[in-house]
Design a protein around this ligand. Structure first.
Ligand code: CA
Ligand code: CA
Length: 241
């Protein structure tokens, strides 16, 4: 399997490799190999794409969060995506997107999924993924997803339900800091207020917030103890291959 390798493609590949930074030497070989149609080591290629498992260990329950713990408490279906630094699913002090508003208020993913499709078209998002919600609390949720060097960050959200507009998730976790895939990481899950509804209790009637307030960590008595905020659980990201 051979092909002519033009100087132009090689020079372009080297430029790309130099832009890619410190791992330029092996990356350059791979890129030149690709440009020339030469078979390259599969292990080197495999590094460009990898697989992770997301496991949510949910602690949220009447035992951990006794203040007004609601009937039929659950987490909605989870929506996540791998992406680059330009895509932001949510952030402290930022305004929620319409997709986040619908998910945080109703647990419905349709608008968020459309936003992810649009971000995918603009090459900011690699792919979205989902996990089934749960009424078993404490309990767990899990999903598998693919990450690539181009889209090496992961974000996800799930609604705290019932609630006015409260959700939990992680935003922009970099799975390849410095260009190396991390094997596993464990992060706390906090309750967030999307700022799109003014209700202050799990079962409060809808009070649309106009204009929207910023996304903030929730700090109502539902998630507050003398020692500080009570996390809802932990998220573990494990590289599977
Ligand atoms: Ca709110
Ligand atoms: Ca609203």
């Amino acid at each position: 399997m051979t092909a002519k390798c033009s100087l132009g493609s090689e020079a372009g590949s080297i430029r790309d490799a130099e832009l890619a930074g410190r791992r330029s030497v092996p990356r350059r070989l791979v890129l030149i190999g690709l440009a020339c149609g030469i078979a390259v080591a599969s292990s080197a290629l495999a590094e460009e794409t990898t697989h992770y498992r997301l496991l949510l260990q949910i602690e949220w329950s009447a035992a951990s969060h006794p203040h007004e713990f609601p009937p039929a408490a659950h987490f909605s279906d989870l929506v996540g995506a791998n992406h680059d630094a330009r895509y932001v699913m949510f952030g402290d002090g930022l305004s929620a997107s319409s997709g986040l508003e619908l998910l945080a208020e109703n647990g419905r993913a349709s608008i968020l999924l459309a936003e992810l499709e649009e971000a995918k078209r603009r090459n900011r998002v690699g792919a979205s993924f989902a996990a089934e919600g749960t009424y078993t609390l404490p309990g767990s949720m899990s999903a598998e997803f693919v990450a690539t060097k181009r889209h090496s960050r992961v974000s996800f959200v799930t609604m705290i339900a019932p609630s006015p507009d409260w959700f939990t998730g992680l935003a922009g976790v970099d799975l390849a800091p410095g260009g190396t895939w991390i094997d596993s990481i464990e992060l706390p899950l906090w309750a967030w207020d999307a700022g799109t509804d003014s209700g202050t209790a799990y079962t409060a009637p809808d009070v649309d917030a106009q204009p929207r307030k910023s996304v903030r960590l929730l700090s109502t008595p539902h998630v507050l103890a003398a020692s500080g905020l009570i996390r809802l659980g932990t998220a573990r990201l494990v590289r599977t291959r």
